[in-house]
Ligand binder design. Structure first.
Ligand code: SAH
Ligand code: SF4
Ligand code: F3S
Length: 499
């Protein structure tokens, strides 16, 4: 028998390679992280072993992500913890023994989706009473949501928020040992626990959190309330994580934050996002770097220069506009005008001519007039976005804009939304065809579900390309001739001479 390990005496760096079956779970739990969570993962394994004896297989876990890239990144961490605990991932919730919904609350339809699914989960639980149901993420940070779940969805087992996802094993253990719903929501946190297992969705690309939270309080937006204040990770910590990813075969990293352009401002030794980007670009093995999201108000010349100089930085910038009207932008608390946005686009294009620009636009913000809306259309035409995510304004309780009385009637918003969508699509299909006939590098991501014998990958500009190939190409960067422009994607052919 192997000697039992006291996790209180193990260093954080050693945890990733530890065999959890050797942990002495009869000792007290460590009162520091991440050791404490490894202790609870080991504790949960007892339950997993019992499950295996009873059912002759490992328990299945199913996680659904409802939100943005940061939400998706959190899901990878949750899956990592569950796998370490002994769960296997299941692609179907119907056969799962644990279902976890990682929720989003940025617009009301995100919430409605979750409530819609919950009804179905109740029927699943009736059929499989041992099923454990957990809800976590941004929506759970809202008091009225948690109240509603307690009252109307009492079959839910676990409820936790955005600040304590790293505690999944501890919370799960609490539920396995107790009888009632476990609820653990934190208002805020200064701590971020990073050295926990994570399961990457793709072997060749990965998101990397560089900061958490947001300080901008755009007047329509709930994110600062549910994700808390801005916290940047230490640059060395980020670079180490990326070096490890690169050593593990990752070719593309996406640096994640609600406003990456303000990265590092609150660090003890302040550091700019541009400097971080240059350092990431020096890491061997990393061939492509993306980042999300850039706030126009904080996009510096230093960053434009870094994008120009670093060839590994993808030729794509997501630059949310929100509105083209300076009057509305001011009320949105965005801190830039229409002219400043256009000027910024001009400067970026001068430095990086082949850049592809995408954006987010909200229609129907309180008080938006037809003239304001025309300003938005004007910017869309002037910039020529490769694509735009267009959203109907959604009232979020607790935000300043929600309290306004001049909300726009639904029919007016819908009409504007349709017109915006049409304009965006028309322009995008022209813009997106600009590389037709050229040979461009494509990072192959998957086999194509719709067309047999084809694979799909992405250009530096983030556009999709489908071309003949098989699964062995996944993860490779190949020169592909773009033979057909299909509006929002290309068809292509590997360029044999250039390989
Ligand atoms: N931090 C990012 C965006 C996060 S939310 C940024 O500032 O760009 C993603 C997008 O959702 C936003 O860009 C905005 O267009 C949209 N959004 C946010 N709140 C919204 C609301 N209340 N109604 C409609 N769309 C909203
Ligand atoms: Fe929301 Fe604005 Fe922060 Fe983006 S920058 S998350 S839109 S408050
Ligand atoms: Fe949604 Fe939370 Fe992201 S509200 S958009 S999942 S930060």
């Amino acid at each position: 028998m192997k000697p039992k390990v006291d996790l209180r005496k193990i260093k954080a760096e050693e945890l990733k390679t530890i065999d959890l079956d050797t942990v002495d779970i009869n000792l007290e739990a460590p009162d520091f992280e991440p050791q404490r969570q490894y202790y609870f993962m080991a504790k949960c394994r007892e339950w997993v072993r019992e499950f295996e004896r009873k059912y002759g297989r490992r328990p299945f876990a199913f996680i659904q992500t409802f939100g943005c890239q940061m939400n998706a990144k959190d899901s990878e961490k949750l899956i990592g913890i569950l796998r370490q605990t002994g769960f296997e991932e299941s692609p179907q919730q119907e056969e799962a023994d644990l279902i976890l919904y990682n929720t989003c609350t940025v617009r009301d339809n995100a919430n409605q989706k979750v409530y819609g699914h919950l009804g179905y989960l109740q029927t699943l639980k009736k059929k499989r009473p041992h099923l454990i149901i957990g809800l976590c993420g941004c929506m759970m940070q809202e008091a009225q949501v948690v109240e509603k779940i307690q009252k109307s969805y009492s079959f839910v087992d676990l409820v936790f928020g955005t600040h304590n996802i790293y505690k999944l094993a501890e919370l799960l253990y609490g539920r396995l040992k107790g009888k009632s719903m476990v609820i653990d929501i934190w208002e805020s946190t200064k701590q971020s626990v990073e050295e926990l297992p994570a399961r990457r969705k793709y072997a060749f690309k990965s998101g990397v959190n560089i900061m958490y939270g947001c300080n901008n309080f755009c007047s329509y937006c709930i994110v600062p309330y549910v994700r808390g204040r801005e916290r940047s990770r230490q640059p060395e910590e980020i670079l180490d994580e990326i070096r490890r990813l690169a050593a593990d075969g990752v070719k593309e990293v996406m640096l994640l934050g609600q406003n990456v352009n303000s990265y590092g401002k609150t660090l003890e030794e302040p550091m700019s996002f541009a400097r971080l980007l240059r350092q990431v670009a020096q890491i061997d093995g990393v061939e492509r770097i993306r980042f999300m999201t850039s706030h126009p108000k904080d996009l510096s010349d230093e960053l434009i220069e870094a994008m120009r100089d670093c060839k590994k930085v993808c030729r794509h910038l997501h630059l949310p506009l929100q509105s083209g009207s300076s009057r509305i932008l001011e009320q949105m608390n965005r801190h830039y005008t229409k002219e400043q946005y256009l000027d910024l686009v001009e400067r970026i294009r001068q430095a990086v001519p082949e850049i592809s620009l995408t954006t987010d636009i909200i229609v129907g913000f309180p008080g938006e007039t037809e003239e304001d809306f025309q300003e938005t259309l004007d910017v869309v035409r002037k910039v020529g976005f490769d694509s735009a995510f267009t959203f109907i304004y959604s009232k979020r309780t607790g935000t300043p804009a929600a309290a306004r009385e001049d909300q726009i009637p639904e029919e007016v918003v819908k009409d504007r939304f349709e017109r915006l969508l049409k304009t965006v699509q028309q322009i995008a299909s022209q813009v997106c065809a600009r590389d037709l006939g050229k040979i461009r590098d494509v990072l192959v991501e998957s086999v194509n579900d719709h067309q047999e014998g084809y694979v799909s990958g992405r250009l530096s500009s983030n556009l999709l390309v489908h071309f003949p190939g098989d699964a062995s190409l996944i993860g490779q960067i190949l020169p592909v001739k773009l033979t057909e422009a299909k509006g929002f994607y290309y068809m292509g052919m590997v360029n044999k001479e250039a390989v």
